[in-house]
Design a protein around this ligand. Structure first.
Ligand code: HEM
Length: 500
């Protein structure tokens, strides 16, 4: 998840390296002919994955940057090499060897990590922003400890308490869409998911405190894509300052909660309530530092991803009338069934069979987190090739999602492909897999389902701009145009007809 960020700031280094690159190239190899011989030699190595390491120093960084700049995203870069070299290939980006794998079997081996040969990449500048006790940066031991506590909170029973709150918030947010006519879905979804995350984590719903937090989180997110230069007014330094403000606001909130001993229905309350329990040597409570770093991590990891996923889902549905009709029929029937009961419950979500497949199919097609980077800790074999310690291996989720050998007609938006429960394991990687599977997976699915239910039973919409260009240098796969749609309220006769 962090590799794209690393590449973002590394691109600045790269520009400087470009100037030096030509010089170094000539100095190191003397002539272009020598460079060619080196590349030819690499291609004939038998036991390492195929693929070119490109030019000395700069590798294939130029091509990588061009793919990202094109707006089609990094997938183009990976896909052209996959077609040429096969499902396991190597390249060199920003001076490091990267191996890309795109089979469900390799995904299983790397993400499950039973051999302990892989670890999530640690990037110092990211750790400075989210905190080194964050799940994204913690050591193996600390990760297990923090994850254990958070897993308990994210269990189904906590989710059940939040469904109604999601629903109230979504109904309120969707209420004024019809008066606006044109709505940019991504902008609206970002507001909704930020509020939901802050409600669920800290019981913050509105007011100046929420606005300030949103501003600061956005500064931290932008800093993740910046060159990590700690000079006054640099983007990175502004991110560090925003982090400090967030930490201090969380510190105040935690102190107030401890002093007042008031109870709230939120994640912070859950983590602090462990304060009262007898100290357990095996699994001690989370420290204030761990709590603060991970609240920030969850806001960052949860709101942008879910908002992007919602946006793609609205686009795919808007462009696939048959699927939308089938979904609307399911949801309108459902709405009639629960008439008299104003808000949704966890059990309702469990009954939304087709809608759940729509969510899954949207995540497959969108591949919001397109690849998962890991660092190789020991030499190993993948797909019959030798992989060296210190290399990066990337599980290329998007290629698995679009592999015709795994998913029939992969470019068709067809939720019914998930009717068959016995699908190849690890063929759907929308939330990752193994010990690093998305912590908020169930929560994200629930948010998407509640949103979907309210949207399709209240509105019809038309996608105004079908452009699928990706936002450049965004944290996740986000639509550049944000998906503008024209919204109109559904006529009552339509919903009545569908329910009959
Ligand atoms: C549709 C929305 C979401 C998508 C597509 C998504 C996707 C992912 C993926 C693919 C990973 C694994 C990355 C890897 O293995 O390298 C991940 C990790 C993570 N996600 Fe999500 N996520 C979503 C929503 C959320 C939400 C709502 C939260 C809120 C808690 C969240 C918190 C996290 C955290 C903390 C991690 C790191 C887990 C760890 O390393 O142990 N995500 N997410």
């Amino acid at each position: 998840m962090l590799l794209p960020l690393y590449h973002a700031w590394a691109c600045l280094c790269f520009c400087a390296a470009l100037v030096l690159g030509g010089y170094v190239l000539v100095m190191m190899y003397g002539s272009v002919g020598t460079v060619r011989r080196r590349r030819d030699y690499e291609e004939f190595e038998v036991d390492v994955p195929p693929g070119s390491l490109g030019l000395p120093v700069i590798g294939e960084t130029l091509q990588f940057m061009a793919a990202i700049k094109s707006g089609r995203g990094f997938y183009d870069f990976v896909e052209s090499r996959r077609l040429r070299c096969g499902r396991c290939f190597k390249t060199n980006i920003f001076g490091e060897t990267h191996v890309f794998v795109s089979t469900a079997t390799s995904a299983k081996m790397i993400l499950n990590n039973d051999s302990g040969k892989f670890t999530k990449r640690y990037i110092r500048s990211i750790a400075q922003l989210v905190g080194n006790q964050s799940l994204l940066c913690a050591s193996h031991q600390q990760h297990r400890h923090v994850r254990g506590h958070l897993n308990n909170f994210f269990s189904t029973c906590s989710l059940s308490a939040f469904i109604q709150q999601f629903d109230v918030l979504i109904v309120k947010s969707l209420d004024d869409w019809e008066h606006r006519g044109t709505v940019v879905v991504l902008d609206e979804a970002l507001k909704i998911t930020f509020k939901i995350m802050c409600r669920m984590l800290l019981s913050l719903e509105s007011g100046r405190q929420l606005e300030m937090l949103q501003e600061d989180v956005s500064i931290v997110c932008k800093a993740m894509l910046a060159f990590p230069l700690r000079l006054p007014r640099t983007r990175f330094q502004r991110g560090i300052e925003a982090r400090e403000r967030i930490m201090s606001a969380l510190e105040t909130l935690i102190t107030q909660r401890r002093l007042a001993r008031t109870s709230h229905e939120d994640c912070l309350n859950y983590l602090l309530s462990n304060d009262d329990e007898t100290e357990c040597k095996k699994d001690p409570k989370l420290t204030t530092g761990e709590i603060k770093d991970n609240i920030l991590t969850m806001i960052i990891a949860g709101h942008d991803t879910t908002a992007s996923a919602i946006t793609w889902m609205v686009k795919f549905l808007g462009e696939n009338e048959t699927v939308l009709d089938k979904l609307r029929a399911e949801q309108v029937c459902f709405a009639k069934k629960m008439s008299g009961r104003p808000f949704l419950k966890l059990e309702d979500i469990g009954e939304m069979s087709y809608a759940s497949k729509v969510v899954k199919e949207s995540l497959r097609m969108a591949s919001v987190v397109p690849w998962f980077p890991r660092l190789v800790l020991q030499d190993c074999d993948i797909e019959g090739y030798k992989i060296k310690r210190g290399w990066n291996v990337n599980v290329n989720a998007k290629s698995v999602h679009f592999d015709p050998a795994v998913h029939d007609n992969p470019f068709e938006f067809n939720p019914s492909r998930f009717d068959d429960e016995s699908k190849l394991p690890y063929s759907f990687l929308g939330f990752g897999a193994g010990g690093r599977t998305c912590l908020g997976m169930n929560m994200a699915k629930a948010m998407m389902l509640v949103f979907l239910h309210r949207l399709v039973t209240t509105y019809k919409w038309r996608v105004l701009d079908p452009d699928s260009t990706l936002e450049k240098w965004a944290l996740f796969s986000r639509l550049k145009n944000g998906c503008p749609v024209l919204v109109t309220r559904l006529a009552e006769e339509t919903t009545d007809a569908l329910a009959d």
